[in-house]
Design a protein around this ligand. Structure first.
Ligand SMILES: [Cu+2]
Length: 601
């Protein structure tokens, strides 16, 4: 009897143990999200490109910087150690960071910069994103060399919505400056002139075959096997340029952008705005050989910064006589091919199916109409170097955004007054013929201020962005939103017509992006639900326009519950003293030229 009881007790406890184990197993397979840990060492690193050696800030000594690998829904903790000479912040471009603006990164908006000799750990919270995103510095123009890819694989147990590619390759398109870009930037800002232009574009850090001192070492190469399919994760990390990209003799199939999937689009080339990412499938189905993949600046105004195409090489493996030079893509559009560049947007459709549903707001509670323009700020005694002795600037709804000295997130969270104003307008003060090529002078001068727009939690927002020809400055403006992606429901040329144009909206399967170009002398409409509380920057991703003030901030207020409110701040945020500006000084050289240098150098 006693023995029997013992036996049944044992088997009972064994059963309990088994149940606990099973429960634990099912729990861990349900909660698939993982934490990842990275250390980013920011330091000056020498590179020689175009025959010129330049010291630039990098992460872990590499350009582009390291790739972050996660799965959908994971969290990455990135400890940024600043071993450089000036303050820096990092932004996780396209990561929505639900309720966590503390780790979003833009200087003066959600934090101040990480001072030299200190560190700060970003908590990067992934949620709905799946595909490719990227990270970059978000202070001064440091992002020109401080950037890298973020690869977000499908969650454990799920797959791509297309056949599994045989291999994957990150393709980072970047800008290269042969001088210290931040020093030039601050000099140019001090005199009010044009801002620095790049000397080359690069593919995975290399300019390719057509630049000064080009050789075998200056080209990125991708070896492929005939018959295999490759997923290329293309990122436009160039600071100030839209780019065309094409591969000689090969079409590609675009299957995703900005961390969302798209219905597949077969195309001979793509135009990619700075800030955007594209996932494309390349099938190696051409005769064994060497083929250039090439990028070229896509300009909608003025002259190209860089005339030459930037190249990398696709090399088929196998037994054949290698050609003396790879085949160049005849399918790469020329610099000014606006049709090739802007026509692509209308072909984008999200999957909008059961596995990848969309939620486009159908009724709008908060409509906005935002005019994006070039501007001029009057300098005392015409003391600046631009038109009429004035200073170049840019604006949204005639407001040129001025950076505060304390970050807006802290001011909002701690209720500190005097840092920002809440009167960024929903509509421009005046409606005029925005796209006329003969606009009056009174469209030129902006109001300067730190003006933000407040939203209630869960408002449904529509923004029509309207381009203008103010100062004969009509051009594409790729506008980027932090903390969200939005549905691009429509786009067109000319002035937006609020009677006829909404009839063309796609509310069924519009693409979900975080960066979209407002076409030259045209408009684009985006929609989103304001369900991520926080302080979120909006800006043109052409860095010169952003620097000139084409940006604003949306503050989405908390909902009624803790789950719909901003997370508590991390134990300590960087203090507001260490921006690049504080590390430079102006001086005159022996020829009397006004120059800038790092303090103490
Ligand atoms: Cu712009």
């Amino acid at each position: 009897m006693k023995k029997m009881m013992m036996g049944s007790l044992l088997s009972q406890s064994q059963m309990v143990l088994t149940r606990v184990l099973l429960l634990l197993l099912s729990f861990t397979s349900m909660v698939r999200a993982k934490d990842h840990f990275y250390d980013f060492m920011l330091k000056e690193t020498n590179f020689t490109k175009l025959c010129i050696t330049n010291s630039v800030l990098t992460v872990n000594g590499s350009f582009p910087g390291p790739t972050i690998h996660v799965r959908k829904g994971d969290t990455a903790f990135v400890n940024v150690h600043n071993q450089g000479d000036y303050g820096v912040t990092i932004h996780w471009h396209g990561v929505k960071q639900p309720r966590n603006p503390w780790s979003d990164g833009p200087e003066y908006i959600t934090q101040c910069s990480i001072a030299p000799g200190t560190n700060f750990t970003y908590k990067v919270i992934f949620s709905t994103e799946e595909g490719t995103l990227w990270w970059h510095a978000h202070s001064d123009w440091t992002q020109s060399t401080v950037h890298g890819a973020i690869v977000i694989l499908p969650a454990e147990g799920t797959t791509y919505p297309f056949p599994q590619p045989d291999e994957e390759q990150v393709i980072v398109l970047g800008s290269w400056f042969v001088f210290d870009v931040n020093k030039h930037l601050h000099y140019d800002l001090s005199v009010g002139g044009e801002l620095p232009g790049a000397q080359a574009y690069v593919i995975n850090g290399q300019p390719g075959a057509f630049f000064n001192c080009s050789n075998d070492e200056t080209t990125f190469r991708l070896s492929v096997d005939y018959g295999k399919t490759y997923l290329l994760r293309i990122i436009n990390a160039a600071v100030d340029s839209e780019l065309f990209f094409a591969i000689a003799e090969h079409n590609v199939t675009v299957v995703g952008m900005d961390g969302s999937y798209l219905k597949p689009i077969s195309t001979a080339n793509v135009a990619i705005s700075p800030g955007q990412t594209m996932n494309v499938l390349l099938t190696a189905n051409q005769p064994l050989g060497h083929y250039y993949m090439a990028a070229r600046q896509f300009i909608s105004i003025g002259l190209a910064d860089v005339e030459n195409a930037t190249t990398a090489v696709i090399e088929y493996r196998g037994n054949y006589t290698a050609p003396s030079t790879p085949i160049f893509p005849s399918n790469l559009p020329s610099h000014r091919d606006i049709e090739a560049g802007n026509g692509f947007l209308s072909r984008l459709r999200s999957l909008a199916n059961k596995e990848h549903p969309i939620s486009v707001p159908q009724n709008i509670s908060h409509p906005m109409f935002v005019v994006v323009s070039e501007k001029e700020i009057v300098c005392p005694n015409r003391s600046c170097v631009s038109l009429d002795g004035n200073r170049l600037s840019s604006a949204m709804n005639n407001i040129t955004f001025q950076n505060p000295t304390t970050d807006i997130l802290l001011a909002y969270y701690r209720d500190i007054s005097g840092v920002y104003e809440t009167d960024f307008p929903d509509y421009p003060k005046w409606f005029y013929n925005f796209t006329s090529d003969d606009l009056p002078n009174n469209t030129v001068i902006p109001t300067i201020g730190t003006k933000v727009r407040m939203f209630n939690f869960n408002e449904t927002v529509e923004i029509v962005f309207q381009g203008t020809d103010v100062l004969a400055g009509a051009q594409n403006h790729p506008v980027h939103m932090h903390g969200y992606s939005y549905y691009v429901v429509g786009s067109g040329l000319g002035n937006f017509n609020n009677e006829t144009d909404p009839k063309s909206y796609n509310l069924v399967d519009p693409p979900e992006l975080n960066t979209v170009r407002v076409p030259k002398n045209g408009w684009v409409t985006v929609r989103f639900t304001a369900n991520n509380p926080g302080v979120w920057l909006w800006h043109c991703h052409l860095i010169r326009h952003q620097t000139w003030g084409m940006k604003t901030v949306f503050i989405v207020q908390n909902g009624d519950t803790p789950e719909t409110s901003i997370l508590d701040p991390p134990p300590s945020m960087p203090s507001c003293k260490s921006s690049f500006v504080n590390y430079i000084e102006e001086f005159k050289n022996s020829d009397g030229l006004q120059l800038v240098r790092m303090r103490g150098m």
